[in-house]
Design a protein around this ligand. Structure first.
Ligand code: MN
Length: 236
């Protein structure tokens, strides 16, 4: 039976409309899952989040705008973008509860950053505000097209998924990245400028990727990330 994969949506610019790119839904369908979009309530959060967690078999956190830096104790810098505090809080509570009950969690782009923040980590607010030589992480190319390579750490789940390749090509749509990893997170990949591109935890239930696998073509092999995630969700 298809496991139910809860997917968190974004909201539009005036926060009046939920939105989710169809690619996420397609990736879950194609991997054998049943996608269920999870809108976030203005109140009664506890009860609703508990019911969501009861009803889903896996949690997929989609991409979107920047997390609020106050969440990890930093003031916003000028290069930081738009935020949605309600979404931040909703996703953080979902992640914590999903982790507590042992649900598989996959975070994509912003989703990867939210997992990190939920587990006590911090985020680089804007690469242009940092010293150092960064490669271009905000690509200007078709969304499916991989514009930079990443190095995969040995002895990680990510390495097993993409074996024998130790370097793969990914697309890139971020100006932020993981700074201090959250509790229990193992860095599984970095870009050539050492920006963190993926992490996982020791249980294998939590994985975050900074790129957008759902936008990439079949020959990229990115469907393997969703296949593993949905299979793991089915076994819960
Ligand atoms: Mn990148």
């Amino acid at each position: 039976m298809r496991p139910i994969i809860g997917i968190t949506p974004a909201r539009n610019k005036d926060y009046s409309t939920y939105q989710l790119q169809k690619n996420y839904v397609d990736a879950v369908f194609n991997a054998g899952g049943l996608p269920q979009i999870l809108p976030f309530p203005d109140n009664n959060k506890g009860t609703i989040i508990n019911r969501y967690i009861d009803n889903i078999d896996g949690l997929l956190l989609s991409g979107g705008i920047d997390p609020d830096p106050l969440l990890w104790g930093e003031q916003p810098i000028p290069g930081m973008g738009r935020i949605d505090p309600l979404r931040d809080n909703f996703e953080i509570e979902l992640i914590k509860l999903a982790k507590d009950v042992g649900l598989p969690i996959l975070g994509i782009c912003r989703g990867c950053q939210l997992i990190n923040v939920a587990l006590g980590g911090s985020i680089i607010q804007d690469f242009s505000g940092e010293n150092g030589d960064f490669i271009k992480h905000r690509q200007e190319a078709p969304h499916w097209y991989p514009t930079h390579t990443i190095k995969i750490e040995n002895n990680t789940i990510l390495a097993k998924i993409f074996a024998p390749d130790q370097k793969i090509k990914v697309n890139s749509f971020h100006h932020q990245g993981v700074k201090k990893p959250g509790k229990g997170l193992i860095i599984s990949s970095r870009a050539e400028d050492d920006v963190i591109e993926a992490f996982e935890d020791s249980t294998g239930l939590i994985m975050g990727v900074q790129w957008h696998p759902e936008r990439m073509k079949k020959e990229s092999g990115m469907h393997k990330l969703f296949a593993r995630f949905v299979a793991l969700s089915e076994s819960q």
